[in-house]
Ligand binder design. Structure first.
Ligand SMILES: Cc1ncc(COP(=O)(O)O)c(C=O)c1O
Length: 446
């Protein structure tokens, strides 16, 4: 595409600064910080707790010479802070999703409703458990559209996987009410929204079970890691057994194979004490990390409010936003491409390898139709399971190709995503506002 021109010729730019994309001076030349929210905050606290585990020579959570109980403390503090009756730390958010599916006894013959803006792990967990993903469209909150959810519920629907995308919940209250009215299990995927809330209630408290991720890109990180929360005691027992080797553990941390009511097949997804130490230190910093991102994001949003040709994701409760992303919408895909190119020319870029400013079409496996294994109904086994399972024949006509979800498709075409680092300076925030105002000034008037 010709980057000298906005998508349609605009005659309104003569009074403005020359755009960098047309040879003008860029707003900034230093790259913005990496997105990776928790990573910037790794410091003495993480080092001290990890050191404690190393010095004790006790990196396994269930027994060992001088156990430091890092994972136990993480779970306990998580419950105290966010008001969950039960929490269990695991090795990743992806593992947590699979454990949640199995804990709820989902399998062939069941469909799980899931939004089309998600992460590949959401679909992977459904498919690997033997169930069928049923796609639901999003609304302007970029999260599941409650109206489309209500329309899509059918005789095989057993559960809803609601994903709090890009740091903030959508209409989770309405989705929880629909699930309750239809007797559906609600799983909340809070991987991208640790520390977020909706009208005062922390995420993870609306569903039967919820998961978090502590992978490097998340609001807090132990490099890899995850967490499940739930209310129900029996469900929690299953979760504990499933994350381990399929059995509960005794007080001494040994496997209990005697109890007949909890003999399952485990995922081998325990969290180590080393990851637990990192996650514990990061958990204590989570309000500060999300506070910094939320503050910077909404200062930017306020600073670019009302610009011609630019609209924003609807966040139903801004106070509960954890803040890691600013989602913007342009008139069409052509304009979105140009907008990103022009912003990048102004210096709105991160270090090499970061994804600071991209179009939403470049957002990979976050879109249903960008996931080849879903579109092509791939299987891990030779028999094509679960797509070929007789109990799943109800889903033979389901479509996963682009065109299935019109709102998702439109948001993907027109969207631009700007990551909000957790360590932006006032100057960084001002530069981002300046650059967006400058570039938006060259957009054609509607
Ligand atoms: C929405 C969502 N769900 C689940 C996951 C999986 O988490 P993990 O990377 O810890 O396996 C991610 C991580 O990228 C995610 O964004």
């Amino acid at each position: 595409m010709n980057s000298d021109m906005p998508p349609a010729q605009a005659a309104h730019t003569s009074h403005q600064e020359e755009l960098a994309i047309r040879g003008g001076k860029p707003v900034r030349t230093l790259p913005l910080p990496w997105e990776l929210p928790g990573a910037h905050w790794i410091d003495e606290e993480e080092r001290a707790l990890v050191d404690q585990v190393v010095k004790a020579r006790s990196p396994f959570r269930f027994y060992g010479p001088d156990l430091q109980h890092m994972v136990d403390r993480l779970e306990q503090e998580w419950c105290e802070t966010y008001g969950h009756p039960h929490a269990l730390a695991v090795s990743s958010g992806t593992a947590a999703l699979s454990i949640a599916m199995s804990a709820l006894e989902l399998g062939p013959g069941d469909e799980v409703l899931v939004p089309g803006y998600l992460w590949v792990s959401c679909v992977a967990a459904i498919v690997r458990t033997g169930a069928i993903p049923r796609l639901v469209d999003i609304d302007d909150s970029f999260c599941m559209d409650p109206e489309d959810l209500a329309r899509k519920i059918g005789p095989h629907s057993r559960a809803v996987l609601c994903v709090h995308m890009s740091g903030a919940p959508g209409h989770i209250d309405q989705i929880a009410a629909i699930c309750q009215a239809h007797g559906l299990k609600l799983i909340e995927d809070c991987a991208q929204a640790a520390g977020a809330s909706f009208k005062g209630t922390p995420v993870g408290r609306f569903g039967h079970v919820a998961i978090f991720s502590f992978q490097l890109n998340k609001n807090m990180t132990s490099g890899e890691g995850g967490l499940l929360v739930c209310k129900d005691d029996v469900l929690f027992e299953r979760i504990v057994a499933l994350h381990d080797l399929g059995y509960p553990r005794t007080e001494e941390g040994r496997l209990d194979t005697i109890r007949e009511d909890c003999q399952l097949w485990g995922y081998g997804a325990r969290m180590s004490e080393l990851a637990g130490a990192m996650a514990l230190a990061q958990k204590r910093k989570l309000p500060a990390i999300t506070g910094a991102m939320r503050n910077a994001k909404w200062r930017i949003r306020d600073g670019i409010q009302g610009l011609n040709g630019l609209s924003f994701r609807h966040v139903p409760d801004p106070a509960g936003d954890s803040g890691p992303f600013l989602l913007m919408q342009l008139a069409d895909s052509h304009t979105a491409d140009w907008f990103v190119e022009a912003l990048r020319a102004e210096g709105i870029v991160g270090p090499a390898g970061s994804l600071a400013c991209i179009t939403m079409r470049q957002w990979g496996l976050h879109w249903y139709c960008n996931i080849p294994s879903l579109v092509e109904r791939r299987s891990n086994s030779r028999d094509g399971f679960p797509w070929t399972h007789p109990a799943n024949s109800f889903a033979n006509g389901y479509s996963y190709e682009a065109g299935t979800l019109p709102v998702c498709d439109e948001m993907r075409e027109r969207g631009v995503i700007l990551t909000i680092a957790s360590v932006l300076t006032d100057q960084d925030v001002e530069d981002v506002i300046h650059a967006i105002r400058k570039v938006a000034g060259a957009l054609p008037h509607a």
